[in-house]
Ligand binder design. Structure first.
Ligand code: NFS
Length: 636
């Protein structure tokens, strides 16, 4: 075994890993060791399994074959694999968004009465942005129109760009992408689009063009990856965020607790894990019902304590102030506490290993989506039109499990940190007095040098939270405001970086600003679909200054990234004009041309590009350097 300390920097994780070793529970870390050495062709992206003449592998050192059986080069293979990752990642975010759009439609036409329009103000704001009339109209009528526009973004068969992108993307960026299409058409004679036509279409386009014998041109494959990813960031994810705010309420700034210490020895503990707050928000709501409270008391529990993991945890954290049990690598550790009565999951980022692990305990591991079934789990299908009843049934299942809890095996590591969360664009603007101008002034003066957006997961190849925490600390030290989402945000919350005293870790400029505004130096903007909030913030600044996003001192990072969704996010940041750092290595280095396009050519074409770096301090240096170069170009 590697030592506990090399697996995680989180104190709660270290305690739980000691128990895992003692009890012999398998973990991601242990299974990772058993996978060594991992395939280097896979790491470089140069294995192809697309047709049955393969699988083919291209030797990166030039010793073996240089072409697949069909003649595909390393660059073709790498670009196709990358495009498929972008398509899967975009589809995951966007399919989530689709469900929210369909639910808004159902609420608007009265066919769903378990949900309601929780934030009419946000509804009017979204409708206004989309050019939908609101004056004197009933919320349901407006909501119906908003839902129709959103649904149309998925399946429209026209050639014009999707409406949400057109209405939300800052003008200069939209123009640049449009001009780019014309330029590439003129110079390459190729029809290469960057503006997505429909969300579903761009993903299907990738499935088609990466079929045997279609697109073999690395540039064209990368361009379509960008278009598909943009349909996620300015389409599917944006729709998820905006419509969830309408249906579930917009997040507000509030303090919460983060880490495994949010589990309660005396209560029925329900962990919601996955991504869709349509489910998790209901579980939180129903846990407070008189019936559930009475049922919990009847089995001798203090109450039903719902806590979150991963992005659905972020959703209920932001809106309902629910405690956060942890990020991706915490999911097994939560069950090992022996204090989880039910873990309720929907879609995405759920280890199948959780089913086996839960069976070592009294824990009910409950799947709820037909898109994410897991052998060994108890499946309770979630249906939006019976949301209240099904959420109640789920909680009762947890309550029924509570008496089977073996108290002698319960160990809850007593670690929590306070985090101030809920920094949506609306809340940031409110804190600034209603306009982005004060933030712009601070950046112009250099009090804040720029803004870094950090996203992404945990990855067993990186000590858990180490890169997230070190990079974040290094950036705020350099007077760079850090914003972000996803499992990074959970890492930051657990590390105390989202609490007010963390301002003492910031440079003098940022520290003063935090003191003045009463905010932490590191801002939680939400779940991974809420990366759209970061795009929106960037867009708000760009439009206010009448510049492109790529002119602004902004930079992104996905340290500890794991999933295909992270590929989509990184790619739509780049396509939106934001340079993005990545670690671990993306599986592209076996394709020299693809690597050059993404790390160098993209700079001129899109204004955003990728760079790879293993050391967090060097990463912070490079991010600062990018910010300083952009400041210089703006003459500030
Ligand atoms: Ni984002 Fe969020 Fe976490 Fe990674 Fe998964 S939960 S959607 S993909 S692992 S940050």
């Amino acid at each position: 075994h590697t030592s506990h300390d090399s697996r995680s920097i989180d104190p709660a994780a270290k305690e739980m890993l000691r128990i895992a070793d003692r009890e012999g529970y398998a973990t991601i870390w242990e299974r990772y060791e058993k996978q060594q050495p991992q395939c280097s062709y896979g790491q470089l992206g140069t294995c192809c399994r697309i047709c049955s003449m393969g699988p083919c592998r291209i030797d990166p050192f030039g010793d073996g074959p240089s072409h697949g059986v069909c003649g595909a080069t390393a660059d073709t293979i790498v670009a196709r694999n990358l495009a498929r990752m972008a398509a899967v990642g975009s589809s995951s975010h966007s399919d989530h968004g689709r469900k929210v759009a369909l639910l808004l439609k159902a609420v608007a036409n009265g066919s769903n009465t378990d949900y309601r329009i929780a934030d009419p103000e946000k509804l009017v704001a979204v409708a206004t942005r989309l050019g939908i009339p609101t004056d004197g109209r009933e919320p349901a009528a407006i909501a119906g129109d908003v839902a129709t526009v959103a649904i149309d973004c998925f399946g429209n068969q026209g050639e014009e760009p999707i409406v949400f992108m057109e209405k939300y993307m800052p003008k200069k960026r939209f123009q640049r992408l449009q001009d780019l299409e014309d330029t590439l058409y003129r110079t390459m004679g190729a029809k290469t689009g960057f503006l997505p036509r429909a969300i579903d279409r761009e993903a299907v386009d990738i499935l088609h063009r990466t079929h045997f014998g279609c697109d073999h041109d690395p540039l064209s494959l990368v361009a379509q990856s960008v278009r598909c990813s943009l349909s996620d960031g300015w389409g599917g994810s944006l729709i998820a965020t905006e419509l969830q705010d309408i249906l579930l309420g917009s997040p507000t700034i509030k303090p919460v607790k983060a880490n495994l210490g949010v589990l309660e020895a005396e209560s029925v503990n329900v962990v919601v894990h996955g991504h869709e707050p349509i489910l998790s928000a209901k579980v939180v709501e129903m846990a407070q019902s008189a019936a559930c409270r009475a049922a919990a008391e009847a089995v001798g529990a203090k109450r039903v304590n719902v806590v979150g993991l991963c992005c659905t945890g972020n959703e209920v954290l932001l809106r309902q102030g629910v405690g956060m049990a942890g990020n991706e690598s915490h999911s097994e550790l939560a069950i090992m506490t022996g204090a989880v009565d039910a873990m309720v999951v929907d879609v995405q980022c759920i280890y199948p290993a959780l089913a086996d692990l839960a069976s070592c305990f009294h824990t009910r591991f409950i799947t709820t989506s037909e898109q994410a079934k897991i052998p060994g789990a108890l499946h309770i299908q979630f249906e939006e039109q019976e949301a209240d009843a099904i959420a109640t049934h789920i909680i009762k299942t947890a309550i029924d499990a509570f008496p089977n809890r073996n108290k002698a095996r319960v160990y809850i590591p007593q670690h929590t940190s306070t985090a101030i969360v809920g920094f949506t664009v609306e809340e940031i603007l409110k804190a600034l007095g209603g306009t982005p101008q004060p933030l712009i002034d601070l950046i112009v003066k250099g009090t804040i040098k720029g803004v870094a957006g950090i996203v992404g997961c945990n990855n067993v190849k990186v000590q858990q939270d180490f890169f997230h925490r070190t990079l974040t600390e290094e950036l705020i030290k350099r007077d760079i405001l850090v914003i972000g989402t996803g499992c990074w945000a959970i890492a930051a919350a657990k590390s105390g970086l989202m609490d007010l005293p963390a301002r003492d870790l910031a440079g003098p400029g940022l520290r003063a600003v935090c003191g003045q505004l009463g905010i932490p130096p590191v801002l939680h903007m939400g779940s991974c679909v809420d990366c759209s909030r970061m795009l929106n913030l960037a867009g708000t600044l760009a439009d206010h200054l009448q510049v492109d996003i790529s002119d602004l001192p902004l930079v992104g990072s996905a340290p500890e990234w794991t999933t295909e969704k992270a590929v989509a996010i990184g790619t739509y940041f780049v396509g939106s004009g934001i340079p993005v750092h990545l670690w671990p290595l993306p599986p592209i280095l076996g394709g020299p041309e693809v690597t050059k396009i993404l790390t160098s050519d993209a700079k001129d074409v899109l204004g955003g590009w990728f760079f790879v770096e293993e050391d967090p301090v060097v990463t912070a240096d490079r991010m600062e350097q990018i910010i300083m170069e952009r400041r210089a170009a703006l003459g500030i």
